[in-house]
Design a protein around this ligand. Structure first.
Ligand code: PMP
Length: 773
């Protein structure tokens, strides 16, 4: 054998050399993961024989040589591994072994110089030289077009996420935490830009072994075997990751390389912003591949040359805010990333206290300043991305381009009000009605959930001529005076003074975990429904109506049992009341199986209230009822809301409906929601603190308890978990009567990878919290 790790014997290699090239020499295997052999002729002349593995296609070899030839033509001031043709002028040499195995290989000129990693420390000139060479390579390689360049391999930096699911191979929880963060940064900061970044053929592995140095200059670049089409900036990021491994100030050293690169091939702002996450991702991929290889052969030293150094750097990068890192990296370019991020968080908090009412409070122990949003992500002042599992308003994803465009287009054309005629109003109203049962055929448009519920209340009172309202315990329906009056969540909560009005009657929440009829299945639904009947008997007069969310959100992500609404609605209607379902949190396909959550229960309400997701963040809301009810409400008093149903809102509302349909978001919610519930139920078996996991589609709650028998709420722990998860880049919130239910109601575009990552991180964070106690 040419050395202990070689696949082939010296005799086999000698035979191949002699048949195909007419000479051979002293043979030794070169370090590295590929089957590369040094052939030293008696004259002292050296060559490298690269043997192809089974996966290496003729196309890949062709690309490798096209790349080298192109760089030679471009007259880069470096030596390159030019291919030596066989005796029959072929690029590829072949040999059939005795056991009929076909060996393929190619012979390359040996490039003189010492590997970068053996010439440390690097001078600034050397760093600059590297930047220039990589930029020149980028320009030269961009001319190569080859169908096989659209390949991938396990080092492909545009597919780094393929390694995310095996983070569990890493034993150390601290290191797993680092890797989760790096892949999160990659998923949030790189993946959304992958499509739009400029692409070209890249080298794919400009590491500190493949760059040769002589006399303080870059003398050669080796190993074009990983060439593939990729975002062009990936070559730079890969080089930065490896060539700063031994630097005490890696980002400052990287800035020198970037500065020199930028002078030759100007980076765009998007390219600048992805460099830090890409550097981190490359190192993460490297340590993961090392972990996998350890399981195959822990003694192959050449497989692990970068491992310790990569971990060290990853641990430092983990503690560096992406915005700070990017600002340093751009330090020697004319780019100014994060320049327009405005006032610091401390300044904002101070100013906010000066002029904003004190009852308006920011979330989290350390409040966030969010700079922008995209899809399922929010990005903060420090450049940190957050997977948003909490904000159900941006239903089809933060700043969805189709919704933004629809709003901008209509805003530039016209915005008026419902006292004029315009197509958008009737078209949108019809589209909304089409999502509902036939009898719900008449719309009112207003601007917020509170306003819509307020209107629903007025309609119920006018239609029935009655005043009494039934509301569900812990419910919230809005911030206006009468909404506070019918929201036990507020009047019984902090600052509340108890039930303020005799016309408000509170029915118990149909809570399958804590409620009185817990564990009674279908019967529970009927029993809770009959509690409504009992309350009505005690009122002894006809009522205006019953208002309820179809699933209880502020009430703790409660999913009422089947049969509940059917029974409750019957009692309400028998007492002259209308049934109002507040779909502000639950509508527009969130539950997956249906477009509206009330449809889960085989009932048709008299009035449906819509808000939050309806405009994907644009303030609008709607009330839909039956024509007959709307006619009675039209008692002579005109209904007019200045902004309700304006042309811009209608355009936005229609775009939201289009996106839900075109992107199949309802079905998607069903699938990713089921995956989330399954993952959480598995965690429930592992962590006693999880008392209950419940939900449907992407409306999910995790109830934390101190004790599974007494159900004592783990309020403090729930809040701690929300803050811990925030520190790890995931946004959640708590709610419920004891504030111990972690709420999940994300934009509907979260992916199954987001779900898997959330489950892993939640598991980890719970374990950490448990062990730290
Ligand atoms: N109804 C429900 C169920 C809600 O959750 C909310 C807001 N959290 C409202 C109504 C009030 O909506 P808005 O804040 O848009 O007035």
């Amino acid at each position: 054998m040419a050395n202990k790790n070689s696949l082939y014997s010296t005799e086999t290699i000698t035979k191949l050399m002699e048949i195909e090239y007419g000479f051979s020499g002293e043979i030794s295997r070169l370090a590295g993961e590929n089957e590369n052999y040094l052939i030293k002729k008696a004259s002292g002349a050296c060559f490298v024989l690269k043997l192809a593995d089974e996966e290496t296609t003729a196309g890949m070899i062709e690309i490798e040589h096209l790349a080298v030839d192109r760089l030679i033509d471009a007259k880069l001031p470096i030596s390159l591994p030019r291919v030596i043709p066989t005796r029959t002028e072929s690029v590829q040499a072949c040999l059939m072994t005795k056991d009929r195995k076909k060996i393929r290989g190619r012979l390359l000129e040996f490039v003189q110089g010492k590997a970068w990693c053996q010439t440390l420390p690097a001078t600034n000139e050397q760093l600059e030289d590297l930047g220039k060479i990589i930029a020149k390579m980028a320009t030269a390689l961009s001319f190569i077009v080859h169908p096989d360049s659209k390949r991938t391999h396990h080092w492909d930096l545009a597919r780094a996420d393929q390694h995310r699911s095996v983070i569990c191979l890493i034993d150390s929880p601290k290191r797993r935490k680092v890797l989760e963060w790096v892949f999160h940064l990659y998923a949030a900061n790189v993946m959304p830009l992958l499509e739009s970044l400029p692409k070209s053929l890249i080298h794919g592995d400009i590491n500190d072994d493949n760059v040769l140095v002589a006399d303080g200059r870059i003398a050669g670049i080796l190993d074009f075997g990983d060439c593939l089409e990729n975002p062009t900036v990936c070559d730079l990021a890969i080089a930065l990751a490896y060539h700063t491994l031994d630097e005490d100030n890696p980002l400052e050293a990287a800035a020198i390389i970037i500065g020199a690169y930028h002078k030759i091939r100007a980076l765009s702002m998007d390219e600048m912003i992805v460099i830090f996450p890409l550097m981190c991702a490359r190192l993460a991929v490297s340590v993961i591949i090392s972990a996998q290889r350890k399981k195959i052969d822990p003694d192959r030293e050449d497989w692990f040359v970068s491992e310790d150094r990569a971990w060290k750097k990853l641990e430092i990068f983990y503690l560096t805010d992406p915005a700070r890192a990017t600002i340093i990296l751009a330090g020697k370019t004319n780019l100014e990333p994060f320049k327009d991020r405005g006032a610091s968080i401390a300044e904002l908090l101070k100013n906010r206290n000066k002029c904003i009412a004190p009852s308006v409070s920011p979330s989290y122990d350390r409040p966030l300043k969010i700079l922008h949003g995209k899809g399922q992500y929010l990005y903060d002042y420090h450049g940190r991305p957050f997977l948003d599992l909490y904000n159900n308003v941006c239903h089809v994803g933060h700043c969805h381009p189709r919704v933004v465009e629809a709003g901008q287009r209509q805003m530039a054309r016209l915005n008026t009000n419902t006292r004029y005629l315009y197509d958008g109003l009737t078209e949108y109203a019809q589209r909304l009605c089409d999502t509902l049962p036939d009898e719900l055929d008449t719309c009112f448009f207003v601007n917020s959930g509170s306003e819509a519920n307020e209107l629903a209340l007025r309609i119920a009172k006018t239609y029935t001529g009655n005043k009494d309202m039934l509301v569900v315990d812990n419910a919230y329906h809005g911030h206006t005076s009468s909404m506070i009056d019918i929201s036990p969540y507020k009047f019984m909560g902090k600052g509340g003074k108890g039930k303020p009005e005799p016309w408000v009657h509170v029915v118990p929440s149909a809570d399958g975990y804590r409620g009185r009829f817990k564990g009674q299945g279908e019967d529970a639904g009927r029993s809770y429904g009959n509690q409504v009947g009992q309350l009505l008997e005690s009122i002894q007069r006809p009522i205006a109506g019953f208002i309820t969310e179809s699933l209880l959100s502020c009430g703790g992500q409660v999913i009422p049992p089947h049969g509940y609404f059917e029974t409750a609605f019957k009692h309400v209607r028998n007492n002259g009341g209308l049934c109002i379902t507040d779909e502000v949190q639950t509508g527009f396909g969130r539950v997956g199986s249906h477009f509206w959550a009330f449809e889960l229960q085989n009932v048709i309400p008299d009035i449906v209230v819509m808000g939050k997701p309806i405009g994907n963040g644009h303030p609008m809301s709607a009330v839909v009822t039956r024509k007959e009810i709307a006619k009675v409400f039209a008692n002579g008093m005109e209904f007019f809301a200045t902004f309700g149903g304006n042309p811009v809102s209608c355009a936005i509302g229609m775009a939201v409906l289009d996106v839900i349909k075109d992107e199949g978001l309802q079905e998607h919610a069903k699938q990713v929601g089921a995956r989330m519930l399954k993952g959480l139920n598995n965690l429930k078996n592992k962590h006693d603190i999880i008392g209950d996991v419940r939900g449907i589609g992407l409306f999910i709650g995790i109830e934390l308890v101190k004790d599974r028998i007494t159900l004592a709420p783990a309020t403090q722990k729930a809040s701690e978990m929300v803050n811990r998860m925030k520190e790890r880049g995931i946004l959640l919130g708590t709610d419920g009567p004891f504030n111990n239910v972690i709420k999940i109601k994300p934009p509907m575009v979260i992916t199954k990878d987001d779900v898997d990552m959330f489950i892993r991180v939640f598991d980890d964070a719970l374990s950490n919290m448990e062990t730290e106690d």
